[in-house]
Design a protein. Structure first.
Length: 393
């Protein structure tokens, strides 16, 4: 296992890209929770806080393809730094507006602006891996490593917010997000590999990204995967509360991410003979099976084991998605293509969170996990169409 990851990280510039991108993407794991707590603390309304967080997520999904297109056209350095400064200003604007006792509507609008200005560092990393890692098998390992890094962000970000809040306030956490956003983005684009043009075609030669049939075929399964993840994110804290332990919700979510990291590291360490499209369908079906134990879990020990199992296929599924996209899109539009992946995933996450919460009220604590299993099953069925489009390389 170690040898394959060492081989990837030894590629010129690869280790620095991963390290700086980790810092630059850290606000992704911090901002949603910080916005939720800030809006609630100043309005006293969970409804307003939830709407602000949802506006942030949906604006991120809407703005990502636009930012990706700009990166492909003008280059990473020219786009990422100004966008990061814009998002940081929106975060600071939220803090100032909250201190000025602005209404909930103002805070929601500012949260949406901050979401729309998310720097597309993650899609830029995945596009860069096509340039840095030439060997297709090594590139799959690199995509797995990127999925593991993403899980680290989702674990580290909320913990960092919790630490800042314990010594300061939600406003302090949001200001820290603004600082890390700018510093991390500058560190990322300062890398010789990441600071390149990011574009290898003229504007008139570019293929319209959504005209690529393979990409359109993938967006449905990706959105359904996001729906499943969103439902599980709501369901796991509900399971902990049902078992009588509010603090255990954080533990179970962390174990879920740990399962994903474990699965991602294992998946990336292997040399696969099965075509990636078949692997993708198989992992989606495995995700449905691995999530099923959460339906019957009722105690914290049961929930802990089931949470680890439910996470095992998450990072490998993402790795397959990145590999399929990297194989499908031509040079010059990679960043925009990967931002459409992010947009579909975030939209699915938001829908899954909303539907999962509604399902708990209507049918009980097991309902979001049933929803997640159904979403994974539908994603596997919709992925059957990819067998022809994604023929083995």
């Amino acid at each position: 296992m170690v040898a394959r990851y060492r081989s990837v990280l030894s590629a010129p510039g690869c280790a620095r890209v991963f390290a700086t991108a980790l810092v630059g993407r850290l606000p992704q794991g911090m901002s949603s929770l910080a916005i939720l707590l800030l809006v609630h603390s100043h309005t006293g309304s969970y409804v307003a806080a939830g709407i602000a967080t949802g506006a942030f997520a949906f604006a991120t999904a809407a703005g990502a393809p636009v930012a990706g297109r700009l990166v492909d056209r003008f280059g990473r350095r020219r786009v990422l730094v100004p966008v990061a400064i814009g998002q940081a200003m929106a975060f600071v604007g939220l803090v100032v507006a909250a201190d000025a006792q602005a209404g909930a509507a103002v805070l929601i609008v500012l949260a949406a602006i901050a979401g729309a200005l998310l720097p597309p560092i993650a899609p830029s990393v995945r596009a860069l891996l096509r340039e840095i890692v030439v060997d297709p098998e090594q590139r799959e390992t690199a995509y797995s490593l990127d999925s593991v890094v993403q899980e680290l962000i989702w674990i580290t970000g909320p913990l960092l917010v919790a630490v800042v809040i314990s010594i300061s306030s939600p406003a302090g956490a949001l200001v820290l997000s603004a600082v890390v956003c700018i510093v991390g983005t500058i560190l990322f684009v300062s890398s010789p590999r990441a600071g390149g043009s990011g574009s290898r075609r003229s504007h008139h030669e570019r293929t319209p990204v959504l005209a690529i049939p393979e990409l359109r075929t993938l967006l449905g399964p990706i959105a359904l995967t996001g729906l499943a993840i969103g439902a599980i994110e709501v369901g796991i804290p509900s399971l902990a509360l049902h078992a009588g332990s509010r603090p255990a919700s954080g533990l179970l979510l962390a174990l879920w991410s740990l399962g994903s990291m474990t699965g991602g590291l294992w998946y990336g360490s292997r040399a696969w003979r099965v075509p990636v499209s078949a692997r993708y369908r198989g992992l989606l079906l495995a995700g449905m099976a691995c999530t099923a134990p959460l339906i019957v879990a009722r105690t914290i020990p049961e929930g802990a084991i089931a949470s680890v199992l439910a996470g095992l296929t998450t990072a490998p599924v993402f790795s397959c998605q990145y590999t399929l996209i990297g194989r499908a899109v031509p040079p010059g539009v990679e960043t925009e293509a990967f931002t459409w992946v992010s947009a579909a995933l975030i939209s699915g996450l938001a829908a899954g969170s909303a539907l999962g919460g509604a399902a708990i009220g209507a049918a009980g604590v097991s309902a979001p996990f049933v929803l997640a299993c159904a979403a994974n099953g539908l994603a596997a069925l919709s992925a059957v169409r990819m067998a022809v489009r994604f023929a083995p390389a």
